[in-house]
Design a protein around this ligand. Structure first.
Ligand code: NAD
Length: 503
């Protein structure tokens, strides 16, 4: 293991026990091998899941505000280690400094949210048709929650799920991306510190409450298959969701699917073009185009196309591509060679259907084993070919439109339904875009880009994005089961709907 990586991991409490295995970790920043990590076998995964189920049986009995205290302590660990942890995210995934730190901040934010939530797991009381009766809903812990996560938000997505699941009374078993085991080990080390402090303060926490399964698809499949896992929250490609969803349905388990996006923005004639330029630049180029909410398709009104698109090209030409930890860098590397091949293939296809390509050159920052590219703008005459699918790289397809309804129809004419935006100062257009006849996505923004969600809202998308919602609002309900209770405090037994059954 590289000395820098060892120092960073040690500062986050990762012990040598996990290091020296068969899973090779390469930093996308240099392409170098930075660590080898011990993998979890399928049989070990099953043992962890069964232990988590036993832990759940106890954890569900602990009052929710007391469960919240564990999440509060975890938030403290994250605050204390934010700089080192953010740097590890940058080293393992290639995020620029502020985005690595932002990922940890997102974890802290969801901790705070979950702590508050631990006193707000509300049910309803409902009017009944029967005298001297009361009807109510109660929310109970669900069981073991399986979490499968993608490489591009290696730790925040776990926190979105884990913090809510823990306050809801569930145990958690996590299968992170095989490309990002180091940040997963660091997360678990910090979580275990919080657990030790929790127990030292006199609270009870069962063994096996949170488990980590390091490895590829096979361990993920074991999690999906296990009948003691009533909910799997799986984040990744639509192809992964197509494999996982039917398996969960077959055993009537819940699926919370957070899959790919092919997100669009509309730049309307009344838009503030300075603001739109910044919004588009961050959403399309940020994280080197490797966010599920990255802006991939842009519809620009005919009347402003020639004023806006040349400025956008200028911004594309001026952003600094470089090592993510270097001052001033805005675009880090693609995750690996496979991502670079997908990038080149999409550009070839775009040229083949008449796309005019600006940018897209490979940039040599750290030699042949790292993959840095200049972000690309592709002007298209039609909404066809690679425009219709997600390529996980910084490619923005730009098209003209003249009628807002056509632009909305095109924005909706793809498989994915995650995020979308309109830049306009026309209230009618903005409201139309957010209406039932507007964007069909889970996220529809006005005058901000489609990426960069806050944790307070429910996050997720429709159609091939999978339909799941996690993080804020009432997403917590996915992690609990609902019981409807009817209580008779009278001396007679009236039946609903006037049914008579006298014996
Ligand atoms: P991926 O689909 O290759 O892998 C995601 C995770 O699924 C990994 O942990 C992987 O090991 C696991 N996996 C793959 N096949 C599996 C199977 N059959 N059974 C169980 N587990 C399996 O995705 P990736 O390349 O890591 O991430 C990029 C993709 O994730 C993009 O499509 C992106 O849009 C999407 N994503 C979506 C969201 C969202 O919230 N909607 C967030 C982040 C990323």
């Amino acid at each position: 293991m590289s000395a820098d990586t060892r120092i960073l991991l040690e500062s986050l409490g990762v012990t040598s026990g996990h290091i020296g295995g068969t899973l090779k970790v390469h930093s996308p920043n240099t392409g170098e091998l930075i660590a080898e990590v011990v993998e979890t076998s399928v049989s070990e995964a099953v043992t962890h899941i069964e232990a988590a189920h036993q832990a759940f049986l106890q954890w569900r009995l602990i009052p929710a505000p007391k469960r919240g205290e564990l999440v509060r302590l975890f938030g403290e660990e994250l605050r204390a280690h934010k700089d080192a942890f953010g740097k590890l995210v940058s080293v393992e995934v290639g995020k620029i400094t502020s985005e690595g730190l932002g990922e940890v901040q997102e974890m802290i934010d969801i901790c705070d949210f979950a702590v508050g939530l631990s006193r707000q797991l509300y049910g309803l009381t409902i009017a009944t048709e029967r005298a001297d009766h009361r009807m109510m809903e109660t929310w109970h812990p669900l069981g073991v929650v399986g979490i499968i996560s993608a490489f591009n938000f290696p730790v925040a997505v776990w926190a979105w799920n884990a913090c809510l699941a823990l306050v809801c009374g569930d145990a958690i078993v996590w299968k992170p991306s095989e490309k990002t085991p180091l940040t997963a080990l660091a997360t678990h080390a910090l979580f275990n510190r919080a657990l030790d402090r929790y127990k030292a303060a006199g609270y009870e926490a069962p063994e096996g409450l949170s488990a980590l399964l390091i490895g590829g698809k096979e361990v993920g499949e074991a999690l999906v298959a296990h009948d003691k896992v009533p909910l799997v929250s799986a984040t990744g490609s639509t192809a992964m969701g197509r494999a996982v969803g039917p398996k969960l349905a077959a055993r009537f388990a819940r699926a919370l699917l957070e899959l790919g996006g092919n997100n669009a923005a509309i730049i309307a004639p009344s838009a503030d073009l300075d603001l739109a330029l910044r919004g588009v630049a961050f959403a399309a180029m940020g994280t080197a185009g490797q966010r599920c909410t990255t802006l991939r398709r842009l519809f620009v009104h005919d009347s402003i196309y020639d004023a806006f698109v040349p400025r956008l090209k200028q911004a594309y030409g001026s952003v600094k591509v470089g090592h993510p930890l270097e001052e001033g860098t805005l675009i880090g590397p693609l995750i690996d060679a496979h991502a670079f091949q997908g990038f080149e293939k999409a550009l070839d296809e775009a040229r083949g259907v008449g796309g005019k390509v600006t940018g897209g050159e490979r940039v040599d920052i750290n030699g042949a084993h790292s993959y840095y590219v200049r972000p690309v703008l592709v002007e298209m005459d039609a909404h066809i070919g690679p425009v219709l699918r997600e390529t996980f790289a910084p490619i923005l397809y730009v098209m003209r439109y003249s009628d807002i309804r056509d632009a909305i129809d095109l924005q909706n004419a793809v498989g994915a339904g995650l995020s979308s935006s309109i830049f306009t100062n026309d209230v009618r257009e903005a409201e139309l875009f957010m209406s039932a006849a507007g964007s069909d996505c889970g996220i529809a923004n006005v005058n901000i880009g489609p990426s960069g969600a806050e944790i307070g809202g429910a996050f997720g998308g429709e159609k091939e994005t999978g339909g799941g919602r996690e993080s804020g609002s009432d997403s917590w309900r996915a992690y609990m089961r609902r019981a409807t209770n009817t209580i008779n405090y009278g001396r007679t037994l009236p039946l609903a709907q006037g049914v008579k059954f006298d014996v």
